[in-house]
Write a protein that binds this ligand. Structure first.
Ligand SMILES: Cc1cc2nc3c(=O)[nH]c(=O)nc-3n(C[C@H](O)[C@H](O)[C@H](O)COP(=O)(O)O)c2cc1C
Ligand code: SF4
Length: 484
């Protein structure tokens, strides 16, 4: 689809004058427990793959967040950051004391670039091991464990003969013969689950995770972050504990009361580890989208429990699961944003209506939290890219803050443009899968629109990726005041 056609699919909208923006709800302050955000505008976590193999804050990481901060969002959430100091590619880490210095520089850069206005939070994540998809040959001849059951099923006693026979079978025959997990490991790559309690490190997660999250959060607090967002969403460890598919039998799976137990224990450990001046909340799913997953009524139950426990904010996302991800290419890992749940998480114009797909589910959570007597702020995200959408949602009481990820990536100045009545100068996100594709490939994330602008004063000098893409959104020079 051409950009012109995509532009036509964007909602027709009216951009506010400066006075309208000033009188709006989106640009009014919001209390998040101990922290007050100057506006209800929010840039949610986005991994830009600009750290290094040691998970450090690089100059590119700083430049990325400074660029967002210049648009002065109320809250800017730093990307999913690992709580363990383990190799995880160029993903930011908070798993060791050595991380504090870089994270402090990052906080200082955001504060300086936003004139002290933007509150800077950090998202903390834990994830389980996932292996790349092997070739069929490598899997059947080496990785697959040949069990007595398999030998008996084939009437063969020799492991080499079993493997040789398996190599002659087609996919359907293998599907019916191999245990489901082995067949999946061959097709998708081996992936650990929270239900793999035969593995000691997974059985022990309820004992290890609270202190790991607490120690990482404490480092982030020392680095100066205003808030910590616990990543309880998408495909990762904590979301898998909350998931309706979590069947652990040790009191941390099965019923909703048991599934929410570890997330609450993690929250309490974090709350106790950071000063009272730091906001602590979480991001979780308003709907898992996958079959047999949590629906909005489950999210409403979790929201009430989180509010009751004293969380300072509840940020809601949607989908983004491994269970329905597409088969990766050989040598690549499964990516949780490629199946139906992934398309709900980062909706594109391939969907008939990509706008506001999470609204109904978030409203259900908000209603339940309010109904239980809690005023805990709820953050709504997903396909929101105009002032009118955000303002209508706040007016209706659907949520208390409105987050925009890709629109903020396409134009990090957009909040400032809206506030100053310069909406006409806005660069509108086309809701493609371009930036998400870069994320999938673990390549430095940029926006395709930044490279389509020709004749900019800094064209020759702008920092670029190895393959020639602009590393940062072009600078914005405000035009003449629109009111004159
Ligand atoms: C490049 C990229 C990286 C992302 N990384 C994260 C992340 O680290 N943590 C997270 O919770 N969501 C992540 N997301 C999801 C966004 O925060 C957001 O929920 C999603 O893009 C839908 O919002 P939007 O329609 O406003 O873009 C990422 C999205 C993109 C495009
Ligand atoms: S690359 Fe991402 S941010 Fe840029 S227009 Fe496409 S979807 Fe929007």
């Amino acid at each position: 689809m051409s950009d012109k056609r995509r532009e036509k699919l964007l909602p027709v909208t009216h951009w506010p004058t400066e006075e309208e923006a000033r009188a709006s709800r989106w640009f009014t302050p919001l209390s998040l427990g101990p922290v007050t955000a100057a506006t209800r505008t929010w840039v949610p976590a986005m991994v830009p793959w600009r750290s290094n193999e040691a998970g450090e804050v690089t100059p590119e990481v700083i430049a990325w967040y400074e660029r967002f901060a210049r648009g002065r969002p109320g809250v800017l959430v730093v990307e999913a950051t690992g709580i363990r100091d383990v190799p995880s590619g160029p993903l930011l880490r908070a798993g060791d004391e050595r991380c504090v210095e870089g994270l402090s520089r990052l906080v200082a850069a955001v504060k300086a670039a936003s004139g002290g206005e933007t509150k800077v939070f950090i998202q903390l994540i834990d994830f389980l091991a996932i292996k790349r998809r092997p070739t069929r040959e490598a899997f059947l001849s080496r990785f697959l464990e040949v069990t007595p059951r398999l030998r008996a099923a084939l009437g063969l006693t020799d492991d080499a003969a079993v493997r040789a026979h398996l190599l002659t079978l087609d996919e359907d025959a293998l599907r019916s013969l191999l245990p489901a997990r082995d067949f999946e490991a061959m097709r998708m790559g081996l992936r650990e689950r929270v239900t793999d309690t035969h593995l000691p490190h997974i059985e022990g997660l309820p004992r290890t995770l609270p202190s790991l999250f607490a120690a990482a959060a404490q480092r982030c607090a020392r680095a100066g972050f205003d808030g910590v967002e616990l990543h309880f969403a998408h495909a990762y460890t904590m979301a898998s504990f909350l998931s309706a598919r979590n069947t652990r039998a040790d009191g941390y799976g099965g019923s909703r009361e048991h599934r929410v137990r570890l997330p609450l224990e993690v929250f309490r450990a974090v709350r106790a580890a950071v000063p009272a001046s730091v906001a602590v909340g979480c991001r979780f799913l308003a709907d898992e989208i996958i079959d047999d997953g949590n629906r909005a009524h489950d999210a409403a139950f979790f929201g009430v429990e989180f509010a009751r426990a004293g969380m300072d904010f509840l940020s809601l996302s949607r989908g983004g699961k491994f269970e329905d991800a597409k088969q990766p290419k050989v040598g690549a890992s499964a990516y949780p944003y490629t199946g139906p749940s992934g398309h709900e998480c980062m909706p594109t114009t391939k969907l008939a209506v990509p706008w506001g797909r999470n609204v109904q589910a978030v409203e259900e959570v908000k209603r339940a939290v309010l109904g239980a007597g809690f005023a805990t702020p709820v953050v709504l995200c997903g396909g929101i890219a105009t002032f009118e959408q955000a303002e209508a949602l706040l007016e209706r009481g659907s949520a208390d803050a409105i987050a925009s990820a890709r629109q903020s990536l396409a134009d990090p100045d957009w909040f400032l443009k809206l506030r100053t009545g310069r909406g006409a100068e806005l660069r509108r996100c086309l809701f493609t899968s371009y930036c998400e594709g870069l994320d999938q490939a673990h390549e430095v994330v940029t926006c395709q629109l930044w490279d389509r602008l020709k004749g900019l004063p800094d064209d020759a000098t702008a920092a670029r990726t190895d393959d020639g893409r602009r590393l940062l959104a072009p600078e914005w020079e405000p035009g003449p005041s629109p009111s004159k």
